[in-house]
Design a protein around this ligand. Structure first.
Ligand SMILES: CC(C)(COP(=O)(O)OP(=O)(O)OC[C@H]1O[C@@H](n2cnc3c(N)ncnc32)[C@H](O)[C@@H]1OP(=O)(O)O)[C@@H](O)C(=O)NCCC(=O)NCCS
Length: 154
């Protein structure tokens, strides 16, 4: 498995992955235009030349970033790909000098395994709801908030 920053040619595969899960109500759908605009935030996992996982690290504020749009091809789950992507985001966040990374998710167990802890959603600053306000589930969505604090000074 190879973890690398996304390229323009990956957009179609990322689009398929995200929208596969969006149809099941597990993720927010994202049009291609949004993926192109945010492409530099995306990292992908590649297996034999195919994109089998993707996700993005979105900076919210001076001390906070969000893991968004994390999805692993259902044929390739439970093989450590999701964890490798999360580790890549945490390394990227540390490199940028960010103190905390959070996610809003239905996959709490997965994030706990990756070292995150559960927090009440209300603890997150209002700024994080920017993406949520256009979602039909807002403000009653059942996603939970998980967060990890990064060691500083590296
Ligand atoms: C959640 C998701 C990214 C996990 O990816 P993955 O590649 O299967 O995860 P990994 O294999 O790296 O799993 C890491 C650990 O979490 C555990 N885990 C993964 N998914 C889990 C789940 N749904 N429930 C409980 N534990 C889970 C694994 O067993 C593994 O545990 P271990 O360290 O004891 O072996 C993937 O299932 C997915 O794309 N889901 C749909 C989209 C989604 O909900 N994304 C999250 C949006 S924020």
């Amino acid at each position: 498995m190879k973890i690398r920053k996304a390229k323009i040619a990956d957009v179609e595969a990322i689009y398929k992955l995200i929208n596969h899960y969006a149809k099941q109500g597990l993720m927010l759908p994202r049009p291609r235009a949004v993926l192109y605009e945010a492409l530099r935030e995306f990292t992908v996992a590649e297996e034999e030349g195919q994109v089998v996982g993707a996700g993005s690290l979105h900076i919210i504020w001076s001390d906070l970033a969000e893991i968004r749009a994390l999805a692993v091809d259902p044929r390739f789950t439970r093989r450590g790909i999701g964890r490798h992507l999360v580790e890549a985001f945490l390394a990227e966040a540390r490199e940028l000098g960010l103190a905390r990374v959070f996610a809003l998710t239905y996959q709490v167990e997965f994030f706990l395994k990756c070292g995150f802890k559960l927090i009440p959603k209300e603890k997150l600053p209002q700024k994080v709801w920017k993406e949520c306000i256009n979602c039909p589930e807002f403000p009653n969505c059942k996603e939970e908030a998980v967060i990890i604090y990064l060691p500083q000074g590296g």
